[in-house]
Design a protein around this ligand. Structure first.
Ligand code: ADE
Ligand code: ZN
Length: 337
């Protein structure tokens, strides 16, 4: 695309990336063979090619999530989690990512009998290796699955605290997130855990306003004291809430290719990117689940450029906001700016 080399060279920060969303059909088949765990018998899984084709045809968030959770059966050992994390960091490095704040979904593993310790150890190894070998700094964000009973989130949080992973910004898990099926599972349900996270000095974000209406965004701000909003594109439907988000400097973590793949919009040009820029809504651009949505972060930057033909000054605004909206310390921000 136009400006491709310029976009590649920008010092990118990623804030909306599910490590489990980096499990490509190729890696799924490789782990299935390595661990001797069968691939589902459903015809979609007949080959890497048929599965890739199915991934190109999601009808909505829940249709995608069924494939996302199902694929995880093949990921079991610390080494597997490290491999999945490393898959992300190597490709992110190729795309020019310098700092990444990445999600993981412990309940999608503990429900299969994989311990929280296995999951956290593997992902933490990948993060440490990324810093050492690639110079990429990172943070882990533990997400609750909002379609499951709140009691299971409680148990997950207690386990993270007991394991010593979850006490202040410098702990192995430095932030809390909320993901999975949005509509019908309001953010406020998880208020108790978010209040506790805030007391513990843990950063807070939540998926809101992807498929859900703008009241899910205000619910995440008021009920959870979320410091960022993941997706948040339906903010454009509520002018008063948009003014508040601008005033409070809340950053949205927008995922353009994801929104097209999950049919939240029909094409990237329908996203309110230009409206957000003109109004002063801060946002970063991210890949969400790159193994499923046809591209990592640079593809998302390029898709936005192809759709909106932004100026170099506008790109500088996006990149500066994504550095300033990161949860790394000021010294790291200064290096990236
Ligand atoms: N889990 C992984 N990707 C997600 C998304 N885009 N929205 C909600 N939950 C998710
Ligand atoms: Zn997401």
């Amino acid at each position: 695309s136009q400006l491709h080399a310029f976009l590649h060279a920008l010092p990118k920060c990623e804030h909306h990336l599910h490590l489990e969303g980096c499990l490509s059909p190729t890696l799924l088949f490789a782990l299935s063979a390595k661990n001797n765990i069968p691939i589902p018998s459903d015809p979609s899984y007949a080959s890497i090619a048929t599965l890739t084709e199915r991934y190109n045809n999601f009808s909505n968030l829940n249709d995608f999530l069924a494939f996302y959770y199902r694929a995880l059966d093949v990921v079991v050992s610390v080494d597997d989690f490290e491999m999945l994390g490393w898959e992300y960091f190597t490709i992110a490095n190729r795309d020019g990512v310098k700092h990444a704040e990445v999600f993981f979904d412990p309940q999608s593993h503990t429900s299969r009998g994989v311990s929280l310790e296995t999951v956290v150890s593997g992902f933490d190894r990948a993060c440490k290796r990324a810093e050492k070998e690639l110079g990429i700094t990172s943070k882990l964000i533990m997400c609750f699955l909002r379609h499951l009973p709140v009691q299971e989130a409680r148990v997950t949080m207690d386990e993270a605290v007991k394991g010593g992973y979850f006490d202040g910004e410098e702990s192995v898990i430095s932030a809390l997130g909320l993901d999975s099926s949005e509509v019908g599972f309001r953010p406020e349900i998880f208020q108790e855990m978010y209040v506790e996270a805030e007391k513990r000095g843990i950063r807070r974000t939540a998926h809101a306003g992807e498929e859900g209406d703008p009241t899910y965004i205000s619910g995440a701000l008021d009920g959870l004291h979320a410091e960022r909003i993941d997706h948040g594109i339906r903010l454009i439907e509520d002018a008063d809430l948009m003014d508040r988000v601008i005033k409070e400097g809340i950053m949205l973590t927008v995922c353009p290719l994801s929104n097209v793949c999950l049919q939240v919009v029909q094409h990237v040009g329908q996203l309110p990117i230009r409206k957000f820029l003109e109004a002063g809504v801060k946002f970063s651009l991210n890949s969400d689940d790159p193994a499923y949505f046809g591209g990592y972060i640079l593809n998302n930057y390029c898709a936005v450029q192809d759709a909106f033909d932004l100026s170099i000054a506008e790109w500088k605004t996006i990149v500066e906001n994504s550095i300033q909206g990161s949860w790394c310390d000021q010294a790291r921000k200064d290096e990236l700016l």
